[in-house]
Design a protein around this ligand. Structure first.
Ligand SMILES: [Zn+2]
Ligand SMILES: [Zn+2]
Length: 140
């Protein structure tokens, strides 16, 4: 399957070339995601690194790297023009995976979530999503 996505202003564009079985969308309720996304949870899709590519007419994303306070160095890429987050990955997974922001897909309905992370930080008003896996803390 070929999936296409990009940022809000359209200057950053990417493709994902992978089987849906190799992709995993998940919600994350950690404090770090709340801050970066500016919403009560983050929504990302895990993709094997070779399956992700910026298109030839895409501008280069801006990179931000920081320790989120838990000892994990996080690498994030976002559009330097409009600010849309494009992807993130922890130090330990740099050579294997990317976690792209699912909402930047042109059609995100094709990749519904398979799990929820950091459920103990889920906002009280937000219901649990049924029939997917739930983890109280760990993010990969
Ligand atoms: Zn943009
Ligand atoms: Zn998170």
């Amino acid at each position: 399957m070929l999936y296409k996505g990009g940022c809000y202003c359209g200057r950053v564009k990417y493709t994902i070339n992978a089987s849906p079985d190799d992709l995993r969308t998940s919600l994350c309720h950690c404090l770090n995601c709340k801050k970066f996304f500016g919403t009560p949870f983050g929504l990302t899709t895990k993709v094997p690194l070779p399956a992700f590519a910026y298109t030839q007419d895409s501008i280069k994303p801006t990179i931000h790297e920081a320790d989120n306070g838990s000892g994990v160095q996080l690498h994030r890429e976002f559009c330097g023009t409009c600010g849309s987050g494009i992807l993130e990955v922890g130090q330990g997974a740099m050579d294997k995976f990317r976690y792209f922001m699912t909402g930047t897909l042109d059609d995100m309905s094709v990749l519904p979530p398979k799990g929820e992370f950091w459920c103990r930080r889920r906002e009280k008003w937000m219901p649990e999503i049924k029939d997917i896996f739930h983890k109280q803390e760990v993010q990969e």
